[in-house]
Design a protein around this ligand. Structure first.
Ligand code: NAD
Length: 392
């Protein structure tokens, strides 16, 4: 099969196995170039391990610390006629690289919100690893079925309190235009908290603790995005921001509830990057393109792997890492500092369809977007007829 990108709106509906493997290799090479981490977790569970920040966390654990990794993801397997999802191919490539490096890696593909997958995970930990000393919670999902009631909740990306009009970039029509977003109802807010809030993180830790597979001094983190004025109306102060506030509640609860095993739970705020999750959020493609331009001009641009390696090396595994007022770890301080934000705001007020290619780094944004699905790598031959099948 010759595989070319099939882009529909903010998503690409296919993926390239060789390109995805190239992306995984690039991240591994970056981690190896940085050297081994000082503090090294031994057995790491990554919930949401196949793309974005979760994949980078798995790669950093394995190739920066030599850790055994157990990953959980929800990806589509390829068939002879249809490609798998990028996360499937990333996972296959990660397994291949881990095996060559002599590193333990297993992945469970299924719904992390379900009791069944939690039970399977615990079985596997008992069988292979004994205990876990680091748990990364990196799920991004538009829906969640409550494992106890069977009810499915759908999250929304809506402002709170009133309609909000802002600029956005239509990645299909290549137009910068105003968009008016309708406000969330109370139900929208509650549902988004149910999907992307801290409840499932707490359920995971509770299940692992009850099974006796949490190592003493285990660490866990869930990822958040805080942002600043330009993104607050659609993110920080919107439905998804309410869900992220619930993570702060959950981390405080976890820290007090599991004191006996010395669990340390943190919410980590990361910078905005191009991932499948962020491309689906209105306004983010425009904001990220302008932010990339400013941060590249200022030579302080970072992608997923730089952020996660920095987090593991400087904060997450340290004894008493610096935290903000909400006790969060912050990897986003360069993006959110006033100097960078003022530069983004200055171009935000001027940007339109005509000047966007000069003012913003849409080329960089789009290349990162293609790479999420294994496209856009110079050293991959996209005319080659290849098998879409890849296994782990
Ligand atoms: P992503 O879409 O790249 O990754 C999501 C992961 O979750 C994938 O591994 C997917 O397989 C898994 N997943 C989704 N639903 C699942 C389910 N039901 N069961 C099992 N696995 C499931 O997203 P991302 O951008 O890396 O986001 C990860 C976290 O980082 C989120 O909490 C997000 O809010 C946060 N974050 C993202 C950004 C950003 O700019 N992308 C910035 C800061 C924080």
């Amino acid at each position: 099969m010759v595989i070319k990108p099939k882009i529909r709106g903010f998503i690409c509906t296919n993926a390239h196995p060789v390109g995805c493997a190239e992306g995984v290799k690039e991240q591994i090479d970056y981690v190896k170039s940085q050297g081994e981490l000082d503090a090294r977790p031994k057995n790491v569970l990554v919930i949401g391990c196949s793309t974005g920040y979760g994949l980078a966390s798995r790669i950093t654990s394995a190739f920066g610390a030599g850790a055994k990794t157990l990953g959980i993801c929800f990806e589509k397997e390829p068939t002879e006629r249809k490609t798998g999802t990028a996360g499937w191919y990333n996972t296959a490539a990660f397994h291949q690289e881990a095996q060559e490096a002599g590193l333990y890696a297993k992945t469970i593909n299924g719904d992390a919100f379900s009791n069944e997958i939690k039970e399977k995970t615990i079985e596997l930990i008992k069988q292979d690893l004994g205990q876990i000393d680091l748990i990364i919670y990196s799920l991004a999902s538009p829906r969640r079925t409550d494992p106890n009631t069977g009810e499915t909740y759908v999250s929304t990306l809506k402002p709170i309190g009133g309609t909000y009009t802002t600029k956005t970039f239509d990645t299909n029509k290549k137009l910068v235009h105003d968009v008016t977003l309708e406000p969330a109802s109370d139900e929208d807010i509650a549902n988004t908290v149910k999907v992307m809030g801290g409840e499932d993180w707490e359920l995971w830790i509770s299940a692992l603790n009850q099974a006796g597979v949490l190592a003493d001094n285990c660490r866990t983190t869930a990822y958040t995005y805080i942002g600043k004025e330009l993104t607050w109306p659609i993110y920080g102060h919107a439905t998804i921001g309410k869900a992220k506030e619930d993570l702060d509640r959950a981390s405080a609860t976890l820290n007090s509830q599991y004191k006996d095993v010395n669990l340390k739970a943190y919410v980590t705020s990361l910078k905005a990057v191009v991932t499948q999750a962020s491309s689906a959020i209105p306004v983010m493609p425009l904001y990220i393109s302008l932010m990339y331009q400013v941060m590249k001009d200022e030579a302080c641009h970072e992608g997923v792997i730089e952020q996660i390696y920095g987090l593991f090396n400087n904060l997450l595994l340290s004894d008493n890492p610096p935290v903000d007022d909400e006790k969060r770890l912050r990897m986003d301080t360069v993006e959110t500092n006033d100097e960078i934000q003022n530069k983004i705001k200055a171009i935000w007020s001027k940007v339109n369809t005509e000047n966007f290619p000069e003012l913003g780094d849409y080329t960089g944004y789009h290349l990162d977007f293609l790479k999420l699905f294994g496209f856009g790598y110079e050293n991959v031959n996209y005319d080659e007829d290849i098998s879409p099948i890849a296994n782990w």
